[in-house]
Design a protein around this ligand. Structure first.
Ligand code: C2E
Ligand code: MG
Ligand code: MG
Ligand code: MG
Length: 281
């Protein structure tokens, strides 16, 4: 039957394709209700210094669906983006993270901690983005200089002036910017000279391979050198072994995030790390 239908309509009759469309539609419907159903959760992954001391966390979004269980961001972020639901969910993330920052700033043991929040380019490009961030900072009382916004290179491909203006506005409030997944995008490096960035985040895909690929090692070494000469800090993500950490430290990177120091976890577990320390493996 598919053969007769011809090439153009083939996919229309493909039961596998149809099933995929139905499940995608169901997923989208569930995502629209997730906010009102209180199904979003934030987990926090440790960021540590050279002595394995906790310096901050990255907030990572999780979807606690009643039947699906925990759904990973790889599955739902693209749908949130294509439906623009990311705008509201992203603000929920920011507000939740800022409430946490505010709680931490009042305890001596946690007052130094920074919180990094991922910002989708869709969300950043909204006209209301800057005023919304400012309103959240005001409402929650979170210290702006402990908030790091993780942005990606895709943001710089278009409307550079607009991006620059918004970043400068937030930077003036004390908010910092970390460039996530550095080196995986397609943009030029020219923006590095203009934009008020504070940190480059070496993507885990490069980190994983530093020990067995000289080309990858060269990319990581150049990223560290680039950060240093631009006066930016640098953090490596996806650090899974002591050997990787030592290699990075030997090459001038002194901030780390990865399973070696902890998976994304709930607040109570993060706070426990401050007393037990990050176990060396
Ligand atoms: P990302 O921002 O690059 O986050 C790092 C991802 O790598 C996280 O996956 C983290 O759990 C994982 N990871 C960290 N250390 C290691 C390691 O040592 N080994 C391995 N194999 N993986 C490690 P996760 O939580 O699944 O998040 C995936 C992506 O989803 C994030 O990548 C980010 O782009 C996006 N995302 C997560 N939360 C949010 C959010 O609140 N807003 C937006 N816009 N995007 C988010
Ligand atoms: Mg990130
Ligand atoms: Mg990343
Ligand atoms: Mg990544």
């Amino acid at each position: 039957q598919a053969k007769e239908a011809g090439r153009d309509t083939l996919s229309f009759f493909d039961p596998g394709m149809q099933a995929a469309l139905v499940s995608r539609a169901r997923l989208e419907k569930d995502l629209r209700q997730a906010l009102t159903n209180d199904e979003w959760r934030l987990v926090y992954q440790p960021q540590v210094d050279i002595e394995d001391q906790l310096t901050g966390v990255e907030a990572l979004l999780r979807w606690q669906h009643p039947e699906r269980g925990m759904v990973s961001p790889g599955e739902f972020i693209p749908i949130l983006e294509s439906t623009r639901l990311i705008n509201d969910v992203g603000m929920w993330v920011l507000e939740t993270a800022c409430k946490q920052l505010n709680e931490w700033q009042h305890q001596p043991d946690t007052a130094h901690l920074t919180v990094a929040v991922n910002i989708s380019p869709i969300q950043f490009r909204e006209d209301s983005f800057v005023p919304k961030v400012k309103a959240i900072l005001r409402r929650t009382g979170a210290p702006a200089n402990k908030l790091k916004l993780e942005v990606t290179e895709t943001l710089f491909v278009e409307s550079q002036e607009n991006t620059q203006r918004k970043m400068e506005h937030l930077r003036a409030q004390g908010v910092r910017f970390s460039l996530d997944d550095f080196g995986t995008g397609y943009s030029s490096l020219a923006y590095l000279a203009k934009l008020p960035l504070d940190q480059l985040k070496i993507d885990q895909s490069f980190v994983f391979k530093v020990l067995d690929s000289p080309a990858n090692a060269a990319i990581v070494e150049s990223t560290i050198a680039l950060a240093q000469s631009l006066g930016l800090s640098v953090i490596a993500e996806g650090v899974e072994t002591r050997t990787h950490k030592n290699w990075l430290a030997r090459h001038g990177c002194y901030a780390f995030q990865g399973y070696l120091f902890g998976r994304p976890m709930v607040v109570e577990e993060i706070e426990a790390l401050l007393y037990t320390g990050v176990e060396a493996r």
